[in-house]
Design a protein around this ligand. Structure first.
Ligand code: SF4
Length: 355
C-alpha cells in the first residue's frame, strides 16, 4: 500500500530543497504545478494532490492536551499535514477542511529548530511524535523523512521519536541506525472496524507483520487502541486483536500501549455525517467532556478500559498501559490507581522511553 499522488503543487521557493529533489526523482511522470505560494483556499482533490511548501510556523509544539485530564506531555514534530487513509472518525477532517496532503520542504530549518528545542528545554526527557497532523509513515517511501529523523534521534541521549502509522511503510527503517531512540507505533482495531471505518489503512494482520519486522530490526514498538469503538460485540473484537497482537510481537519489546475511546469536537459530527453517511460510529450516545469534545458516557469508557487492561496485563504484567486524556476518577475506576500515585503520567512514560 503506497500512496502515489496524481499531481504535485510545489512552491518555487523550495525548488532546490533536498525534499523536493527527492520527491521529483521518486515520482517520474507525475505532473507538477510550480507556484509562488500555495493558496489556502486551493480546491482540494481527495488527497490526490501533494502540496510541497515552505512552512513558516513552529515545527515543534506541545500536544494540545487539556489541564482537566491527565496529559502525557507528548510533543509534536510537524513535518506535514493531512492524510488520505480515510478513517471515518479522523479529527484532521475538522482541523484541515482542505484534503490535499501538504509537506514542509524546509527540512533544514525544522531540524535546526528541533535541535535548539532539545538543547534549551528544561524537560528531562523528550517524547516526540510526528503522527499528530498526518500519518508518520504514509509518505515515507517518497520523502525518506525517516532517514533524516531516525539517525538524528539515535544521537540524542534524552529524546525518543515515536512514528505512528496505520501503514506498512517500514522498509526504509531496516537499515537505519536507530540506537533504540525510535519507537514505531500502530493504532489497532478489530478487522471489522478496520474494514468499515479505516478502509484506506492497512489490514490488522499487515500492521502486525510490519511491527514484527521492526522488532526484528531492534526497534521498540508501541500500540494505540485509539479510538476504541463501542459496537455490538466489541469485547470479542478487541479480544481477537489482543490475541493476534501477542502472537505476532514480543511483549517485552513494547514501549507502551495507550487506550482512548472515541472522542471528537462537535463540529466534526456534521463532517462525518456528510462524508460517511453509512458509518455507525455516531450511533452511541455522547456527552461533552471538560475539553469540549464529545465522548462516550463514563461507565462505558471505564468498562472498555478495564476490559482491555485486564486482557493486556493478563498476557504480560509488565506492559505500560495508559489512558489518553482521562481524569483521575476514570483511571482509578478502570486501572485501580491514578498517574499521580506513580509520579504522574508524563514521568511514567519518560521512564519507559529511555528504559
Ligand atoms: S490514519 Fe490517522 S491521520 Fe490518517 S485518516 Fe486515519 S486517523 Fe486520520
Amino acid at each position: 500500500m503506497k500512496y502515489r499522488p496524481e499531481k504535485l503543487v510545489i512552491e518555487r521557493e523550495v525548488a532546490e530543497s533536498p525534499l523536493v529533489k527527492r520527491i521529483l526523482a521518486t515520482s517520474p511522470g507525475i505532473p507538477v504545478d510550480w507556484v509562488d505560494r500555495v493558496q489556502e483556499d486551493t480546491v482540494s482533490e481527495n488527497g490526490t494532490v501533494l502540496e510541497i511548501v515552505r512552512f513558516r510556523g513552529r515545527f515543534v509544539k506541545p500536544c494540545p492536551g487539556t489541564r482537566s485530564y491527565n496529559c502525557c506531555g507528548y510533543q509534536i514534530l510537524n513535518f506535514g499535514i493531512q492524510c488520505n487513509l480515510g478513517c471515518t472518525y479522523c479529527i484532521l477532517q475538522a482541523y484541515f477542511p482542505n484534503s490535499n496532503l501538504r509537506l514542509f520542504a524546509n527540512t533544514n530549518e525544522m531540524m535546526q529548530e528541533l535541535e535548539e528545542h532539545l538543547l534549551n528545554s528544561p524537560k528531562p526527557v523528550h517524547r516526540i511524535g510526528t503522527g499528530e497532523f498526518t500519518d508518520s509513515l504514509l509518505l515515507d517511501p517518497w520523502t525518506g523523512m525517516s532517514e533524516v529523523l531516525v539517525p538524528f534521534f539515535a544521537r540524542q541521549s534524552k529524546a525518543v521519536l515515536e512514528l505512528k502509522t496505520k501503514t506498512t511503510n517500514v522498509d526504509l527503517l531496516e537499515s537505519l541506525e536507530h540506537g533504540g531512540h525510535t519507537i514505531v507505533a500502530w493504532s489497532l482495531n478489530p478487522p471489522q472496524v478496520i474494514a468499515e471505518e479505516e478502509s484506506g489503512a492497512a489490514p490488522l494482520e499487515a500492521r502486525l507483520e510490519a511491527a514484527q519486522r521492526c522488532q526484528e530490526w531492534g526497534y521498540r514498538v508501541a500500540f494505540h487502541f485509539d479510538p476504541l469503538l463501542a459496537y455490538p460485540g466489541w469485547q470479542q473484537g478487541y479480544q481477537e486483536v489482543v490475541d493476534r497482537l501477542f502472537s505476532a510481537v514480543d511483549p517485552g519489546g513494547i514501549a507502551w500501549i495507550s487506550l482512548g475511546t472515541l472522542r471528537f469536537m462537535p463540529s466534526l459530527k456534521a463532517v462525518i455525517q456528510q462524508r460517511y453517511p453509512n458509518t455507525s460510529i455516531l450511533d452511541e450516545e455522547f456527552i461533552p467532556g471538560l475539553d469540549g469534545k464529545l465522548r462516550y458516557f463514563r461507565d462505558l469508557r471505564v468498562e472498555m478500559y478495564a476490559y482491555l487492561n485486564e486482557l493486556l496485563l493478563g498476557i504480560h504484567k509488565n506492559l505500560c498501559v495508559y489512558l489518553c486524556m482521562e481524569s483521575d476518577d476514570v483511571w482509578r475506576q478502570a486501572f485501580g490507581f491514578t498517574p499521580a500515585e506513580r509520579g504522574g503520567l508524563s514521568a511514567m512514560l519518560d521512564r519507559r522511553a529511555l528504559s
